[in-house]
Design a protein around this ligand. Structure first.
Ligand code: GDP
Ligand code: MG
Length: 352
């Protein structure tokens, strides 16, 4: 374990500045400009254990439970901070920054969700960012998405499936996204809706990693399921056991370690495929490599956008101090707006 930590911290020291840069870019809403950022996106069917996996990685309690809990995307930024004695947490959404604490985090996320998506069971694509600075967390940024559900539960809009699919697709379609597919050991993987969706955008599974939760609930046949790889997961499987009931974070990790060490069936699964600490290490490695791979291209695209904006700016009228100067300039702007509008294009098409 100690060597794992040393390894993780050396990764963290190297990757931290790059990850911070990407997170700052995320803040600038680059995706709205058509520039995609390297992102690890958590998907899974409803109640597969997505929020529990994030909880395990962050060592905090998130809203969890039956039915739909995660109703808006949650961008979770974990920042390992070896100097901090006390964890520091805050939420960012809309133009708000709300400091919070480990005890209050679940309630704070619920409040923010209600503000964004209403008090009912509706969902929204507008994200909440949760920043967690803590001693023993890996430097990772992950996005948790609402779980996929075929059948609306009472109070959910009837097109909930389409709404959720749309949000999920937006996040997983870009080739810069790594798909963390959360599968419950209690189900048949090929029947998972999240598998169907991720295969739609990543057929060979080259950017898909599977996390199998609830290993404790269905140990029979798990080894066979993850070695047979019926559903083509290119980046491999990681079997975990999350916090159950009122366990503390430490109790949950001890119990997970004990389970994969001594359970007659689970102990046969290779150690490189089990446990939250191994998952954290794999994710930091994957994150480092996608950032390294994507950053040069992002810099290039930002340069292009910038040049484009600068030349647009330069083509603007320079000095409009009199009405006589301003009128022709206004006329030119109006003409070019009308010519470029889709409505005009439509009219031209239909009249020709
Ligand atoms: P989400 O809807 O995908 O975010 O799923 P949640 O994280 O809310 O989990 C759904 C339920 O499964 C909760 O009651 C969790 O406590 C339970 N759960 C998640 N992971 C595990 C696990 O590894 N073992 C057990 N026994 N229960 C789990
Ligand atoms: Mg959830």
């Amino acid at each position: 374990m100690a060597s794992n930590n040393a390894l993780a911290s050396s990764y963290n020291n190297n990757i931290r500045p790059l990850l911070d840069a990407v997170d700052r870019l995320r803040h600038l809403k680059l995706t709205q400009e058509g520039i995609q950022l390297p992102t690890i996106v958590v998907v899974g069917d409803q109640s597969s254990g997505k929020s529990s996996v994030l909880e395990s990685l962050a060592g905090i309690s998130l809203p969890r439970g039956q039915g739909i809990c995660t109703r808006v995307p949650l961008i979770m930024r974990l920042q390992g901070d070896s100097d901090s004695t006390e964890p520091s947490l805050h939420l960012e959404y809309g133009d708000k920054t709300v400091p919070t604490s480990e005890d209050e985090i679940a309630a704070a996320i619920n409040t923010a969700t209600v503000e964004i998506a209403g008090a009912g069971k509706g969902i929204s694509g507008k994200p909440i960012t949760l920043v967690v600075k803590k001693k023993s967390v890996p430097d990772l940024t992950l996005v948790d998405l609402p779980g996929i559900t075929r059948v609306p539960v009472q109070g959910q809009p009837s097109d909930i499936y389409e709404q959720i699919s749309k949000i999920i697709m937006e996040y997983i379609a870009p080739k810069e996204s790594i798909i963390l597919n959360v599968l419950s050991a209690t189900v048949d993987f090929p029947t998972c809706e999240s598998i169907r969706m991720s295969r739609e955008v990543d057929q060979l599974g080259e950017r898909t990693l599977a996390v199998v939760t609830k290993s404790d609930k269905a140990p029979e046949g798990l080894l066979e399921k993850v070695t047979a790889d019926d559903v083509h997961i290119g980046l491999g499987y990681l079997c975990v056991r999350n916090r159950v009931g009122d366990e503390t974070y430490e109790e949950a990790r001890d119990e997970e370690e004990r389970l994969f060490k001594s359970h007659s069936l689970l102990s046969q699964i290779d150690k490189s495929m089990t446990g939250i600490p191994v998952l954290a290490e794999r994710l930091t490695q994957i994150q480092a490599s996608i950032i390294a791979k994507c950053l040069p291209d992002i810099v290039k695209k930002i340069d292009e956008k910038l040049n484009q904006s600068v030349s647009e700016l330069n083509s603007m009228p320079q000095n409009l101090s009199t009405v006589a100067d301003a009128l022709p300039a206004l006329q030119r702007c109006l003409t070019s707006t009308v010519q470029n509008s889709p409505r005009t294009a439509q009219l031209q098409m239909s009249s020709s």
